[in-house]
Design a protein around this ligand. Structure first.
Ligand code: MG
Length: 486
C-alpha cells in the first residue's frame, strides 16, 4: 500500500437515470426509474428522487411501481449511455494509462502511474478538476473517492455521493473504517453479513478484533484471510488497465471451395447466428463485427465494422456481416469464412439484469420475437419504446412517453429546451419516426474542447483557492472536513 491517496475511484451518480433526466427536461427533479418494464423486469437505476421512495437497483419493477407509482418508468438506452461512458473514460485515460473500468460508469485510476498526482494535494486537485471536466463535457455529475488503495477509494466515492469528492488521508484509514458496518467491505454480501452478525460481529472493528484464526474458522480459509486484511485496511491490489480486447468468433473451413455467391452469403449468415449464440451464452455483447474470408489462393482478408453501441442482436450482427461481405471479392472461391464480435462490453450485473428484463418484456408484452422475421416490417406499435427518441416532421424532436391501444404519446423537448408539451398520435402516423438521442452538451467542433477546458480550469482553480483559503460553500466545507478526517 502506498502512502499517498493517489488511487482514484470515479462513480457517476445514478448514471442511467441522470442521463435520462439530462436528456428530458420534464423529468429533472422527478422520480425516474430505468429498467426492464415487463412483468419480471428489474430496476437498473433509480434517480435520487425515486430512491427517497425506497426504490433501488435490482429491485423487481413491480415492487418499484408500488413504492413510487408516479415515477417515470423508462427502458434503458445502452447505446446512449455507452456514448457518454466513452467521453468519461477518455477523460480518465488523460489522467493515467492505468484505468480499470468496472462498468459503464465506474472506474479506478492510478494517478501516480500517470504522473498526475504524487501526494494529497495534487491528488485532490486532480479529483476536483476531473469532476469539473466530466460536468463540462457530459453535462452530468460523478463522485470521486481518493485513497491509498482501491477498497478505500471506492468507499470514499460512496461517501461522496451524490456530486461530491472525499479524500481519505493515509494514516486515517483504520479509524475511518472501524465503526463502519461489515457490509462496507468488498465481498461481504448478505450471507456473510448474517453469518458474522450471528457471531456478534457487526462492525469492521469487530472483524479485526475477532482475529484471523477465528475468521478462518467462521467463513473459510480464503475468505477469512481476505476479510481480516480488509478490516485492517490492507489492500495491495493494483489498478489493472483494461485487458486486451476480448472477442468471440466462429469460423468454418470448407472441404471444397465455395464459388456460389448466394451460398457464401448463407454461410456468413449461419456463422453470424452461431457467433451470437456464443456471445449470449457468455452473457456478453460487443461493438465491432469482424468478417474473415480466406480465398482459394489462401489470401486472407478481414473486414470490420464498429457499431455505435454494443449488441448481441442476431439481426444486427447478420446485417453487418452481410454488408462486410459485399466489399469482398469471392469470385475465385472461398475456403474459409469466419464471423466475430469484439470490443466486448463487460456489462455489470445491473446492466445484465436490465437487458435480460428488457428482452423478456419484449416477448411478454408484445408477444412477438424481438427480431423481425424475414422481410416483414416491424408492426407500427412495436417501434415506440418508452423513453426512446422520436422526430415529428412538424413538431420536431421528442421522446415516447407511452403507447398502447393504437396510440403513442410523445413529449416534445430536447436537452436544451424547457420542459415540453405532450401530444398523442396514431402509432402509424407517417409524420413520426424513430430518432437518435441528441447530445447532452452541444459543442461546436473547434470551440468545444477549449470551452470545456476553460470551464474545468475555472472550476478547478476556484475550488483549489477555496481549499487553500479554507473557506467555501457549505458543501465544500463539509467535504473538506471529511478530507481532513475531522
Ligand atoms: Mg454509478
Amino acid at each position: 500500500m502506498r502512502n499517498a491517496p493517489t488511487i482514484l475511484h470515479l462513480d457517476m451518480d445514478a448514471f442511467y437515470a441522470q442521463a435520462e433526466q439530462a436528456s428530458k427536461p420534464s423529468l429533472r427533479g422527478k422520480a425516474v426509474v430505468v429498467g426492464g418494464l415487463g412483468p419480471r423486469g428489474v430496476v437498473a437505476t433509480a434517480s435520487y428522487e425515486a430512491r427517497t421512495f425506497g426504490v433501488h437497483s435490482a429491485m423487481p419493477m413491480a415492487q418499484a411501481r408500488r413504492l413510487a407509482p408516479n415515477a417515470a418508468y423508462l427502458v434503458p438506452r445502452f447505446g446512449f449511455y455507452r456514448s457518454i461512458s466513452d467521453q468519461v473514460m477518455a477523460l480518465l485515460r488523460a489522467l493515467s494509462p492505468l484505468v480499470e473500468p468496472l462498468s459503464l460508469d465506474e472506474a479506478f485510476v492510478d494517478l501516480e502511474a500517470g504522473g498526475t498526482a504524487w501526494d494529497g494535494e495534487s491528488a485532490l486537485l486532480a479529483g476536483i478538476r476531473l469532476r469539473a471536466d466530466i460536468r463540462a463535457v457530459t453535462g452530468l455529475t460523478g463522485s470521486v473517492g481518493l485513497a491509498s488503495c482501491k477498497m478505500l477509494a471506492k468507499i470514499a466515492s460512496e461517501q461522496a455521493k451524490p456530486d461530491g469528492l472525499v479524500l481519505i488521508e493515509p494514516g486515517t484509514e483504520r479509524a475511518l473504517l472501524g465503526p463502519m458496518p461489515v457490509r462496507t467491505l468488498p465481498g461481504v454480501g448478505p450471507a456473510t453479513g448474517d453469518h458474522l452478525r450471528r457471531a456478534g460481529i457487526t462492525t469492521v472493528d469487530e472483524i479485526a478484533e475477532a482475529g484471523e484464526d477465528e475468521l478462518v474458522r467462521m467463513v473459510g480459509k480464503a475468505h477469512g484471510h481476505a476479510l481480516y486484511a480488509m478490516a485492517l485496511a490492507r489492500d495491495d491490489r493494483p489498478v489493472v488497465a483494461e485487458r486486451e480486447t476480448k472477442s468471440v468468433s466462429v469460423e468454418d473451413t470448407y472441404d471444397l471451395d465455395i464459388h456460389d455467391r448466394v451460398r457464401v452469403g448463407l454461410e456468413v449468415r449461419r456463422l453470424a447466428d452461431r457467433c451470437v449464440r456464443r456471445l449470449r451464452e457468455s452473457g456478453l455483447s460487443g461493438r465491432t463485427i469482424v468478417l474473415k474470408v480466406r480465398r482459394y489462393d489462401f489470401s486472407t482478408l478481414t473486414r470490420s465494422e464498429t457499431l455505435r453501441g454494443p449488441t448481441d442482436d442476431p439481426g444486427v450482427v447478420r446485417e453487418a456481416a452481410a454488408r462486410l461481405l459485399d466489399s469482398v471479392d469471392t469470385t475465385g472461391g472461398v475456403r474459409l469464412l469466419g464471423v466475430g464480435v469484439s470490443g466486448l462490453a463487460d456489462f455489470t450485473q445491473e446492466d445484465l439484469f436490465a437487458q435480460a428484463a428488457e428482452e423478456r418484456a419484449d416477448l411478454s408484452e408484445e408477444e412477438v420475437p424481438d427480431e423481425p422475421v424475414g422481410e416483414e416490417p416491424v408492426p407500427a406499435e412495436h417501434r415506440w419504446r418508452p423513453g426512446h427518441d422520436v422526430r415529428h416532421a412538424e413538431l420536431g424532436h421528442g421522446w415516447v412517453q407511452g403507447s398502447g391501444l393504437g396510440r403513442v404519446t410523445v413529449r416534445f423537448e430536447t436537452p436544451e429546451s424547457e420542459p415540453g408539451r405532450v401530444r398523442t398520435f396514431r402509432v402509424d402516423d407517417p409524420e413520426l419516426a424513430v430518432a437518435e438521442p441528441l447530445p447532452l452538451v452541444r459543442r461546436t467542433p473547434e470551440e468545444g474542447d477549449s470551452a470545456a477546458e476553460e470551464a474545468a480550469e475555472k472550476a478547478a482553480g476556484k475550488a483549489a483557492e477555496r481549499f487553500v483559503a479554507g473557506e467555501g460553500t457549505p458543501d465544500q466545507t463539509e467535504s473538506l472536513q471529511r478530507v481532513k478526517g475531522v
